[in-house]
Design a protein around this ligand. Structure first.
Ligand code: BGC
Length: 605
């Protein structure tokens, strides 16, 4: 499947599942098997089911297929283990009802297969159920890291789980427990921060929130994805094992202690060797030493990348499975995976015991999360999608995530009444920009991509009395009659490697020119940065009166206004060091360099 080009990783043909089903009841099978008896212990149910499966059926359970590359009939007849929606892969029209119908269509087909085994439907709900139009989009993880509030993160993930389950998927490819060590990495915003302790506590809270609401969580990406040289996505992490363990392993250890259902392997390499084939780290460390009881899933078509060539080979398949990967996330190659793995088992290259172990792990989680008893979408949860309660929670997360970095002469908070306020900048009135990547589409998109409140709308809603708010996107028209100017600038949406910024993260020239113009007007200039990471602001900062890092807040822009107008006294603290210049990366605590703002920095009024 094409991964490049287009906003969705899942282009290609869509299969029609609409109209296929209306299935609110339980699995309608004539025969009743012991494994269907919920009063039996899970281990006994797993053994009963495993004992009834042929080798091809077992191998099929190990396949997680992208929805655009397998129809419900494929899933049912072959008995595939799971189906996913990759970034931006959604039914058309993209509504909650269509999601539920799609997921239930796959589920019904699976339950009508030769053995009634439910699928796991997975997707990336990495800041809310972000593939769904109308869902509540919470701040990306970097912002949640800034809140330093694990209890809040737990509630955010619980809400995410409800919105997800209300449309069918019961498996979330989140949280990313990556420890970002170089903000040039395009996935920086998916990390809770640079400090393993912070990532550990936030990651654990996220898992508790998701799994407590009966959704399988995924700790990803194992291991060292945030530590690649130069911040290159899918790159190479050059560390000794002791360093790797000290920086990148702690959040996974905690995730295992939380009984996380799944762990996703990283595309990246450790000292030149692909993680997808790292038997030591997966079998010995994760499953052995840490005692991980869930299942290990590959990244999307990640097994194909192991030899650096296109296409899937027998060597890659056996190396990945022998390394300890239990489930393969695949698009077009899923049939060849089944053929290749069957042949490799036949040749004795992959022990049957390894296959049984993999399937046991997958089935155990399906039983544990009640998929056999409740395979279909819980439509009673649909009312939580984008609900006022969830949006209020998101707004709280936004205001708690904002980090006040400068406030000269206490220009903030702004009074709500009196005078005129000027607002400028590309990110002031743009739901797409303030949501970032992984928002409706994989890469995200500027513009009104979904419902929500922009930062500008939040500002307009906050002012009172005779106060007027004038907005000019390009920053034209500011004069000394205004009390203050608020410029909302920063980054445009991106995801994964497309956000890599090898030469450092800077403001666009057009933004710098606009900010210079605004500061020349002699009106106090307040800059709100909407970005997935620190940006080089050292040259312009002296002419700004205030700087507020809002990260990628998501759909509830009022949370930013809550801080600007003093309804909330900022508590956000930087979850990573803020470099003094773009070329200062890698810049994290302990590197012996002096950042502009230290990890943990943040002002209050
Ligand atoms: C990403 C994963 C994600 C997967 C499925 C991959 O490209 O690296 O984080 O879970 O796609 O969308």
């Amino acid at each position: 499947m094409q991964r490049s080009g287009g906003a969705s990783k899942a282009v290609a043909v869509g299969f029609l599942v609409a109209g296929l089903v209306s299935c609110t009841g339980q699995a309608a099978r004539q025969r009743h098997y012991p494994f269907q008896d919920a009063s039996r212990p899970i281990a006994a149910r797993v053994e009963d089911l495993l004992g009834r499966m042929s080798l091809p059926q077992k191998i099929a359970q190990m396949v997680l297929v992208e929805r655009n590359t397998a129809s419900p009939e494929d899933v049912g007849s072959v008995g595939l283990g799971g189906v996913l929606s990759a970034g931006g892969s959604a039914p058309d029209p993209n509504t909650a009802a269509n999601w539920a119908q799609m997921v239930d269509g796959y589920q019904k087909a699976a339950l009508q297969g030769p053995l009634p085994v439910p699928i796991l439907y997975g997707t990336d709900a990495v800041h809310g159920h972000n593939n769904l139009v109308g869902a509540t989009l919470f701040p990306h993880q970097i912002g949640l890291g800034a809140t330093r509030d694990p209890a809040l993160v737990q509630r955010v993930e619980q809400a995410t789980a409800q919105e997800l389950a209300g449309t069918g998927p019961r498996w979330d490819f989140a949280p990313c427990v990556c420890v970002v060590r170089d903000a040039r990495w395009g996935r920086t915003y998916e990390s809770f921060g640079e400090d393993p302790r912070l990532v550990t506590s936030m990651g654990s809270a996220a898992i508790e929130g998701l799994q407590g609401a009966n959704v399988l969580a995924t700790a990803k990406h194992y291991l060292g994805d945030g530590g690649t040289t130069g911040g290159t996505d899918q790159g190479n992490t050059q560390l000794t094992e002791a360093q790797l363990r000290a920086i990148h392993l702690p959040p996974f250890r905690a995730a295992v202690d939380q009984n996380v259902a799944s762990v996703m392997i990283s595309y990246s390499s450790w000292n030149g060797a692909k993680l997808h084939g790292d038997r030591h780290l997966i079998q010995d460390v994760l499953k052995g030493e840490l005692g991980f009881k869930g299942f290990v899933v590959s990244d999307f078509d990640g097994i194909q990348q192991m030899d650096g060539q296109r296409g899937l080979t027998a060597t890659e398949v056996s190396a990945a499975v022998n390394a300890g990967i239990d489930m393969a996330m695949l698009s077009d190659d899923w049939r060849s995976f089944i053929d290749l793995l069957s042949a490799e088992v036949g040749k004795g290259h992959v022990p049957l015991a390894r296959i049984n172990d993999a399937v046991r792990r997958i089935l155990t989680q399906k039983f544990r999360f009640g998929l056999f008893e409740h395979p279909y979408t819980d439509r009673s949860l649909a009312s939580t999608i984008g609900s006022p309660q969830h949006r209020e929670l998101a707004r709280q997360a936004v205001r708690e995530s904002a980090v006040l970095l400068k406030n000269d002469g206490r220009v903030l908070p702004l009074p709500k009444t009196g005078g005129k306020i000027f607002v400028a900048g590309d990110n002031a009135d743009d739901i797409g920009n303030q949501s970032g990547g992984w928002s409706v589409t994989w890469q995200g998109h500027s513009g009104p991509i979904t419902r929500g409140t922009t930062i500008l709308a939040g500002i307009r809603g906050a002012v009172a009395g005779q106060t007027t708010v004038t907005y000019n996107r390009g920053g034209n028209g500011l004069d000394s009659s205004y009390r203050a100017a608020i410029a909302v600038v920063g980054e445009r949406p991106y995801a994964e490697g497309r956000g890599d910024s090898p030469s450092g993260v800077r403001l666009a020239d057009s933004d710098t020119a606009m900010l210079n113009r605004l500061s020349a007007a002699g009106v106090p200039l307040i800059v709100v940065l909407v970005s997935g990471r620190p940006m080089d602001v050292h040259e312009q900062l002296p002419s700004w009166r205030a700087l507020l890092a809002a990260w990628l807040p998501g759909t509830e822009g009022e949370g930013v206004a809550d801080v600007l107008f003093g309804d909330y006294n900022p508590t956000g603290r930087l979850p990573l060091s803020w470099p003094a210049t773009a070329i200062q990366e890698p810049m994290n605590a302990g590197k012996g360099r002096t950042p502009l703002f230290l990890n943990g920095y943040g002002l209050s009024f």
